[in-house]
Design a binder for this molecule. Structure first.
Ligand code: GLU
Ligand code: MG
Length: 441
């Protein structure tokens, strides 16, 4: 192409993003001009799916060999400008092979295939990732009371800017609140169908981090900030709908308000909870959060309006939309070190397994399960969730069904990355872990 010195080419820098198996969003940018508004794909390498959060590479079969592409998904194109002028223009991408077919290593395509299996049963999932995070300013902050208005005010105008940016990006923010622990906040977004829900989780984290940075503050989604403290969770709300848009999880008067289909779906999730921890609580620090009495969930159980239950039946309110449309389940054993596509895909597979076997509704626990004796727990089929990442990976390997949900290459890559992450961190104290994960997530 002829260049014309001194003449400005009009274009925009777009980042093509992928969220890797460790839940870190990475990517590369291209100068997109009006003749070519978005590239068809961008180069990437398979070995990148083996990078740990600490930027070392787990043992893998690819090494320096091979190529994959980042293929942008146009509806996810986001273009917003923050108050300082910083521009966020990014598009979420699938990992595809050179012939354009989904790469076996693509987490987003794993979710897509789980959604297709739901669709084969004439079902779709409506979901929202409710996310807690920490806001910290360079000059430090004195602690403010949990849920307090003064906490919100001390961080203004950042809260308003965050919600504005999320809204500008089309993510439909619903609530923004000071949470219980010092410097902790929470944001919720409107639920969205299928992949869009996971896309929103990815995009919102990056936007919140960027809005905080833009205001000389910093946001972290790390599962815990202080050893022994309250954690920051990601609670995934989900409900099932027919393809023609009818809510199918609820049945008035049935136990827990769940339809037979809803009960079977929930039972599948409960049955595979220990294995699912490998995807939902996927870093060593995750297990500092998953402890009893923190409302973070610690047992393989389900409860009606019980925040110590890993699967919670959420309340509905009168006077609003029909109950069946409000009715949803909340899966709580997740934090933001999880890849949103993998965890949502795993939950769908678990629920589908429950539907296929027409499992009955598990016992509903309406109090803290850690107060039950071992015999009482055993009688209800309740087990402790894994207490470490190695235990969660073992639970996944031991669960034949759960380890068949994803293609072998993806499962092997995931386990290799996680095992390398364990070996990199096993000598660290909890204090060191909180510092290291806090800086990355
Ligand atoms: N911070 C708690 C967690 O670790 C959740 C508190 C809540 O119910 O909002 O998941
Ligand atoms: Mg909360």
């Amino acid at each position: 192409m002829m260049s014309n010195p001194g003449q400005t080419t009009h274009g925009v820098l777009t980042q093509y993003l992928i969220t890797d198996l460790g839940g870190v969003t990475r990517g590369r940018g291209a100068w997109d001009t009006s003749d070519a508004p978005l590239k068809a794909s961008m180069g990437w390498v398979p070995v990148n799916q083996f990078i740990t959060p600490f930027d070392s590479i787990a043992p893998n079969p690819y090494g320096s060999h091979g190529d994959v592409r980042l293929r942008p998904d146009l509806p996810t194109l986001t273009d917003i400008t923050l108050p300082s002028g910083r521009r966020l223009r990014f598009v979420l991408s699938d990992l595809v092979d050179l012939d354009g077919t989904p790469s076996a290593l693509c987490a987003r395509s794993f979710l897509q295939s789980a959604l297709e299996q739901l669709e084969a049963r004439e079902l779709q999932v409506l979901a929202s990732f409710e996310q807690e995070f920490w806001l910290e300013r360079a000059q430090g902050d004195r602690p403010t009371p949990g849920f307090s208005y003064q906490r919100f005010i001390r961080h203004e105008p950042l809260g308003t800017r965050i919600v504005q940016a999320l809204s500008d990006a089309g993510l439909e923010p619903e609530t923004f609140l000071p949470e219980f622990a010092p410097n902790q906040f929470e944001v919720t977004l409107s639920p969205a169908m299928g992949k869009t829900a996971a896309d929103r989780a990815v995009a919102s984290r990056e936007i919140i981090r960027a809005a905080a940075f833009d205001a000389d503050s910093s946001a972290s989604f790390s599962p815990i900030r202080a050893p022994g403290g309250v954690g920051s969770g990601v609670h995934i709300h989900l409900s099932l709908w027919s393809l023609d848009g009818r809510p199918v999880l609820h049945e008035a008067g049935a136990p827990g308000g769940l339809s037979r289909l809803g009960a079977a779906f929930a039972a599948g999730v409960v049955r595979h909870m220990r294995a699912i921890c490998a995807f939902g609580a996927p870093c060593p620090l995750s297990y500092e959060r998953l402890k009893p009495h923190r409302w973070s969930s610690a047992y393989t159980c389900m409860g009606d309006k019980n925040r110590e239950a890993t699967l919670r039946i959420c309340p509905t309110v009168s006077g609003g939309r029909p109950t069946a449309e409000q009715f949803n389940l909340e899966y709580r054993a997740v934090d933001a070190t999880a890849n949103p596509y993998l965890i949502l895909g795993a939950l769908i597979h678990a629920g589908l397994a429950g539907i296929k076997s027409d499992l009955p509704l598990p016992p509903l626990i309406d109090h803290d399960p850690s107060t039950l004796s071992d015999d009482e727990l055993a009688a209800r089929g309740i087990r402790r969730l894994p207490t470490s990442l190695p235990e969660a990976l073992l639970a996944l390997r031991d669960d034949e069904a759960a380890s068949s949900w994803m293609k072998r290459e993806l499962l092997d890559a995931y386990l290799a990355e996680k095992e390398h992450e364990i070996s990199e961190t096993e000598a660290l104290s909890v204090e060191d872990l909180t510092a290291r994960y806090g800086a990355i997530y």
